[in-house]
Design a binder for this molecule. Sequence first.
Ligand code: ADE
Ligand code: ZN
Length: 328
Amino acid sequence: MPKAELHLHIEGTFEPELMFEIAKRNDIQIPFKSVEEIQKAYNFDCLQNFLDIYYQGAGVLIYENDFYDLTYSYLEKCAQQNVLHTEIMFDPQTHTQRGINFEIVINGISKACDDAEIKLGVSSLLIMSYLRHLPEESAFTTLEQSLPFKDKIKAIGLDSSEKGNPPSKFKNVFKASVKEGYIPLAHAGEEGDANYVWEAIDILKIKRIDHGNNSLQDPKLIQEIIDRDVALTVCPLSNTSLQVVSDLKDHPLKKMMDLGLKVTVNSDDPAYFGGQLNQNYIEIQKALQLSKKDLYELAKNSFKYSLLEGTSKQKYLKILEDYYRNSS
Ligand code: ADE
Ligand code: ZN
């Protein structure tokens, strides 16, 4: 099915094989001897436990071509899965904190996106995500660093350790980022409670909620999200891997849809959570017995709530509609 991916961290697409290859060429030691050993370590009991390993993996990325290879490899997987459009998050601070220039990161990623659009026919745009475990000043520095590359960045996000780092901590930097023309998005309600989602929509004024699972704790919040027509980018296999949901059969995705929330399916960090986007669709369909119509709605939302504008959004919606009509 033609579809878009709206919640994807490029650092989370780092497959063990590519990690070994890049570590070797950059002469960096990683604490694993084999792909199997890496895969064994991908056994998480919470978000923080995953993040520790995720930041460690990103540590082998040094040069522009490392960021290029990482991104292009993900975009090839998009092409193989009929993902026509993707909105890619990247975490500049994960790299600038280790002494890698912002320019290296953005140039490597955006060159891969440009090439993939031409060679693979996959369109993409970039979401610069602030790390919420760091102080707001650090996000301000990142905002400053991004300004010469503003034309390559569509939106800002907020990710990393949620509990203890509420959206209100980033009120000022979000306001300043919006002033610069960036669209505000944020992770909220993954491990944090419904109050985190309230703050994200009221204080940061986000246009899309990444995850949002815990919105279901508060009926008033559910109604507010529906009224504002804000979509939730839900990540089924991420939720089971990080034990946000204990079993896919208990996943709230269908309940969200039935309540009238606008939901999309996404892979989040596919190299770490056991499946690319198609696998997320396949497994959640099986677990919740989703109908063809449900799947169509999910894919339709992925284009409708993308950050694409005007004709390109309409073009993709038409491709999907034609596909659905011919297959049912
Ligand atoms: N960074 C990468 N994946 C993330 C997730 N699922 N939640 C918060 N921060 C992240
Ligand atoms: Zn995420």
